[in-house]
Write a protein that binds this ligand. Structure first.
Ligand SMILES: C[S@@+](CC[C@H](N)C(=O)[O-])C[C@H]1O[C@@H](n2cnc3c(N)ncnc32)[C@H](O)[C@@H]1O
Length: 220
């Protein structure tokens, strides 16, 4: 008997989800109109202020978790302002992070990206790069619409533009995202890769348990 590593993906899909094309096309045909939550609007306003203050080109670090990747990306891109966003409450205190890491070209925001991305698009944000590192996989076939490419906000992710980089320990997630991009006429590359250095806690955890890691890149 073999046991799956505790962090390994266990899925009942053996290829691209059979409903992927229909779902993506449905979301392309119908605008996502869910009303914004007030705290999303308030958070967005604070981002607009920070961006105006920073006066630098923008990088999104979406689903940033505790924000380690945000700080790493900020350090790697000193000429950019990096916005790390996550819906969970594990926000780093900005000042603490500044003292600890010696970079100040970033901010962290607790927000639901289903709102934030649409608000950013409406405000005509121009983003240079967009990182979505280790999004929740939702590996059961019936949960396809919880994956970003199966969600109603997928067309917004594409329309935001920039150079997209996604990472996952589940190749099929990225293959599906890549396929969804092809439906909107965007090409992308998916490959296995070794991050050097690792920049997120999940990345470190997966690598430490010997799992293969994958990367998708696309110019949107
Ligand atoms: C698997 S964790 C990866 C975190 C981090 N990128 C890392 O690699 O360590 C996925 C993250 O996506 C966030 N997330 C999921 N749905 C979200 C949403 N709608 N808006 C904002 N963040 C979301 C979760 O809160 C969680 O922190």
């Amino acid at each position: 008997m073999s046991f799956a590593n505790s962090h390994e993906i266990i899925t009942n899909q053996d290829g691209l989800n059979e409903n992927l094309d229909d779902i993506v096309n449905k979301h392309l045909a119908h605008e996502f109109r869910k009303p914004y939550q007030q705290h999303s609007i308030d958070g967005f306003k604070s981002v607009e202020q920070e961006i105006a203050r920073a006066g630098k080109p923008i990088i999104f670090d979406s689903c940033c978790g505790v924000g380690d990747s945000t700080i790493n990306i900020a350090r790697q891109h000193p000429e950019h302002f990096v916005i790390g966003m996550d819906k969970s409450g594990h926000r780093l205190n900005k000042n603490e992070a500044y003292e600890q890491h010696g970079v100040d070209n970033f901010m962290l925001l607790r927000t639901d990206l289903n709102d934030f991305w649409r608000l950013a698009l409406e405000a005509e944000f121009k983003i240079d790069k967009h990182f979505i590192l280790y999004p929740n996989p939702w590996p059961k076939a019936k949960h396809i619409q919880r994956r970003w490419h199966g969600s109603a906000v997928f067309p917004t992710i594409v329309a935001l533009g920039g150079e997209l980089e996604m990472r996952s320990n589940w190749r099929l997630y990225l293959d599906e995202f890549s396929h969804a991009l092809s439906i909107v006429g965007k090409s992308s590359d998916v490959k296995e890769f070794t991050p050097e250095p690792t920049i997120t806690p999940f990345e470190r955890k997966y690598q430490a348990s010997g799992q293969a890691l994958f990367q998708l890149k696309a110019q949107l």
